[in-house]
Design a protein around this ligand. Structure first.
Ligand code: FAD
Ligand code: NAD
Length: 402
């Protein structure tokens, strides 16, 4: 009997694992099954663009069948509900699967830290569905503004909670989108407010100060107001309640976007894995402590950076590299060989500020402006290349640089 490998999630980590495992093993060695809740893979790293409406959501996704080997990988479109570790079983909405080896790569969900009203009233930048919903909601606010006898300025107020990479990249897109919406719906740009509320003393906490200043300058020039050192305490139907020191302020807003962090997929907690905010601490070879046959990678996993003694931030970059090591280790286990330790090669971070501007720190070098923006597009294209080769790059890649 061939060992059965089941991979949960067709995001960055899952697709890297599948494509590399196919290359590293033969058809007679292993049965590979990939489970994902949709027929398509979406580029999570492009969701700020789809959410702002600067890039159509169909440009940000592709069919999973187009990148997996039809004879080698059995694809199951279903939603994972539970992993029964003792029985080596995955329970899904419409069926069950047993496994010999399991890879959990189910990504993240927004972390709301129990702040009241966020789940009910705020939007998030997470996947195709949330992006479509947010884009349409913003457009609806603009479309409705002039139709009401009593014009409500809060319709045109958008609050973004969190100035991490997601919040900043989204604001960069909005800064470009808002003038277009104003033109389309005959609205004076001065009536629109874009407010970013960040709890830490700076945007992009921990990032290089010069690059932070560059981003603040660029976004302020596009009309973004920053409320720094201010935490969102509550979200209501009407907007948010936020606080700085002892001062509490209410901001009325037609749109509140929560971009203040992520936690691992809820399946992790529901399945009884020991976890920190839905992330499972993994051993150096990416297996879960106490389980010889379960790997957790990507945003569901937690790995400590020995140099900083803090967890690596959850990124596509690390997820893809983990996928590669995970595939190697699966092939090794199937052949009765030793696994190897994962080692992260940090290539740096680049954050976009709209379509033609960006900031970045790559291999210790600072980049800004057009060069940084071109680099960001190259990174996006590279991740398409690693999963789907040149065909996928030609189909979905970003080639408009100026
Ligand atoms: P994902 O790529 O999110 O994939 C998870 C997959 O699991 C999805 O296909 C999903 O549909 C599926 N799934 C989820 N639940 C279930 C279920 N119950 N059953 C079946 N299938 C399920 N990182 C970078 O390195 N660089 C960037 O530039 C960058 N930009 C970002 C921009 C934005 C707007 C955001 C939100 C994040 C960004 N990140 C970036 C972070 C990066 O997107 C994540 O770290 C990365 O997507 C994690 O990869 P993953 O494989 O763990 O999960
Ligand atoms: P994050 O955790 O990096 O940032 C969240 C921000 O929200 C923090 O600055 C935090 O201080 C703030 N915050 C928390 N609670 C708050 C509150 N109550 N009120 C106001 N602000 C509050 O989260 P993210 O930006 O969603 O990023 C998630 C992961 O994805 C990170 O690892 C990030 O590096 C990665 N990412 C990378 C890129 C890129 O490389 N271009 C882009 C997007 C995301």
């Amino acid at each position: 009997m061939k060992p059965k490998v089941v991979i949960l999630g067709a995001g960055y980590g899952g697709l890297m694992t599948v494509t590399r495992l196919v290359k590293k093993t033969g058809i007679h060695e292993v049965d590979i099954t990939l489970v994902n809740q949709h027929h398509y893979h979406y580029e999570t790293t492009w969701m700020h663009e789809a959410s702002a409406g600067t890039l159509h959501h169909d440009r940000c996704r592709y069919q999973i069948k187009d990148v997996i080997h039809p004879q080698r990988v059995h694809f199951v479109k279903d939603t994972v509900k539970l992993i029964e570790q003792k029985e080596k079983k995955v329970i899904m909405e419409n069926g069950e699967l047993t496994y010999d080896y399991l890879v959990v790569a189910l990504g993240a969900v927004p972390e709301t830290f129990g702040i009241p009203g966020l789940k009910e009233h705020a939007f998030s930048i997470t996947n195709i569905n949330s992006a479509r919903q947010l884009r349409e909601h913003i457009e609806y606010q603009f479309a409705t503004y002039n139709t009401e006898a009593e014009k409500r300025p809060e319709r045109l107020t958008i609050v973004v909670g969190g100035a991490g990479f997601t919040g900043i990249e989204f604001l960069g897109e909005l800064g470009n989108r808002v003038p277009e919406l104003c033109k389309e719906y005959d609205i004076d740009r001065q009536k629109v407010r874009l407010i970013c509320v960040e709890a830490a003393p700076s945007i992009l906490p921990g990032f290089d100060q010069e690059l932070v200043d560059y981003a603040v300058h660029d976004l302020e020039a596009k009309g973004v107001e920053f409320k720094i050192g201010t935490a969102i305490k509550e979200c209501t139907k009407k907007g948010i309640v936020c606080g700085k020191n002892d001062t509490i302020e209410e901001i009325k807003a037609g749109t509140v976007v929560w971009a203040a962090g992520v936690r691992g997929n809820p399946v992790i907690e529901q399945s009884g894995f020991e976890n920190m905010r839905g992330r499972v601490k993994v051993k150096p070879d990416l297996r879960v402590e106490g389980y010889q046959n379960v790997f957790v990678i990507g945003d569901c996993s937690l790995m400590i950076n020995e140099k900083t003694e803090r967890p690596y931030p959850p990124t596509a970059q690390i997820s893809m590299q983990q996928g590669e090591t995970c595939a190697k280790n699966l092939a090794a286990l199937i052949r009765g060989k030793e696994t190897e330790s994962f080692s992260f090669e940090n290539k740096g971070s680049v954050a976009s500020l709209g379509e033609y501007n960006a900031i970045g720190l790559t291999y210790g070098k600072k980049v800004t402006g057009t060069i940084a923006s071109i680099m960001k597009k190259m990174i996006d294209n590279r991740s398409l290349f690693l999963i789907g080769g040149p065909r996928l790059v030609l189909k979905k890649g970003k080639f408009k640089f100026f």
